[in-house]
Design a protein. Structure first.
Length: 157
């Protein structure tokens, strides 16, 4: 299946749910959808197109919004679903019912960006320690890290 076939099928199957499709390089397709249409797009990719391998989910802090990229691949091409959510209401539906392995990436989004993933089967922190201060999200552009003073055992006072 070539890139143009995937693009044509996306336009035909998803219709107005597709906000934009780009094909910047061979075997690389980006499909932008609204967050409300994300589950439909993921379901279409998996069930109709056979893209069962979710490579990862990337988050990008755009300032006023977060962009989420869902990277799917098969033996022929990579399809990336893109969506945005507002910074003041960072809520996203879980895709775990369609792609169970997405749970690790969704938990990481919660830890690192403070994005609320609705209906996630297990919302425990994944990468941050249990005593991590609430409201501190390391991959947000506005996050400030204050390094604690370095203590050298036996060092000069």
């Amino acid at each position: 299946m070539n890139d143009q076939m995937v693009i044509d099928k996306a336009k035909a199957s998803l219709g107005e749910k597709v906000l934009e499709i780009t094909n910047p390089a061979p075997r690389r397709i980006f499909i932008r959808v609204k967050v409300d249409d994300l589950l439909a797009a993921v379901g279409w990719l998996r069930n109709e197109m056979g893209f069962t391998y979710l490579v990862t989910i990337s988050g990008v802090d755009l300032g006023q919004a977060f962009e989420l990229l869902y990277h799917f691949a098969n033996n022929f091409t990579c399809v990336n679903l893109r969506t945005e959510i507002p910074r003041d209401n960072p809520v996203l539906p879980s895709i775990c019912e369609i792609i169970p392995g997405a749970i690790l990436y969704e938990r990481e989004l919660q830890d690192m960006f403070g994005i609320v993933v609705r209906n996630i089967p297990d919302g425990r922190p994944l990468v941050l320690p249990d005593d991590w201060p609430a409201g501190n999200y390391p991959l947000r552009k506005d996050w400030k890290y204050e390094r604690p003073p370095e203590v050298i055992p036996g060092g000069k006072k």
